[in-house]
Design a protein around this ligand. Sequence first.
Ligand code: ADP
Ligand code: TRP
Length: 321
Amino acid sequence: MRILSGIQPSGTLHLGNYFGMMQPAIALQEKGEAFYFIADYHSMTSLFDADQRRKNTLDVALDFLACGLDPKKSVFFRQSDLPEHTELAWILSTLTPMSLLEKCHSFKDKSAKGIPVNHGLFAYPVLMAADILLYDSNIVPVGRDQKQHVEVTRDIAIKFNEQYGPTFVIPEPKIREEVAVVPGTDGQKMSKSYGNTIEIFGEEKAIRKKIMGIKMDSRLPEEPKPDADKNLAIQLLKLVAPAEVAADFENRLRAGGLGYGDLKKGLFEHYWNHFAEARKKRAELAANLDYVNSVLADGATKARTLAQKVLKRARKASGLE
Ligand code: ADP
Ligand code: TRP
């Protein structure tokens, strides 16, 4: 079984990225042949600062390795080290109906908000299809917001196979329902575009402030709260604390007697402990950037062997060779 996923270096990674995509991806590296990459070509559709892209790319590499991506088990690489991705994207784009892309939320949402959209953003799902199809991927672990893109990938692959003969493996998205949408500090989906994130490796004081600033209702501590499971701090606590600890907080909130301040303090402490080991590992990696760069270089070499094989198959099938 081949597993593949990517993450854009477009900002600082947060708990939504971690629980929605990184943690499932890391767990899956035990289950098959895993390919994970930093989608720096994709980040060009929305980030236009070259230095920032370089910095974010390194940060994603550090974050992912610190969180448990193991280069002995997974192939970890930077997308733009393999121009094969862009070549395949062109080939696929010639079989992609405009109407399919017009339906994609990545483009539609930004366009509806009046953000000027470039062609890259419109064609973004085609590049993502190339990323996935280039490695004969069976499974794509992502958060729910990426499901549509995997469906577009399937449509394009099926169309190509019908037009030019069996060439591509049809992939499946893999979405863990319990973390499909991690809420942010305002209750909406956690996203760097909403300014409601809790970073994985945030600075202690800043994150404490964000967590203590989560808005709660005005019910008194002693009041029972039958809707305790809907409480935002409880939902986040369930992600970062052991199950029995989160259940205890939830029961105390439901019964009455637990104040929101104490609940949020508990959430901060469990968040901080949850990533303690990863934080230490990240500091070690940051002091050894030669190692990090060598992991990516090595990953690119391994990825290229497979990417070139599949690209050749597509070139032959479509009459380019
Ligand atoms: P953002 O919304 O912050 O821009 P991205 O779109 O870069 O995040 O997402 C990278 C990966 O993390 C994707 O697989 C996406 O589905 C997942 N992800 C992002 N935010 C969340 C969230 N709040 N809940 C679950 N998964 C998420
Ligand atoms: N579009 C994805 C995101 O924003 C990142 C991505 C690019 C990706 N290519 C991919 C994810 C291929 C899975 C498979 O999160």
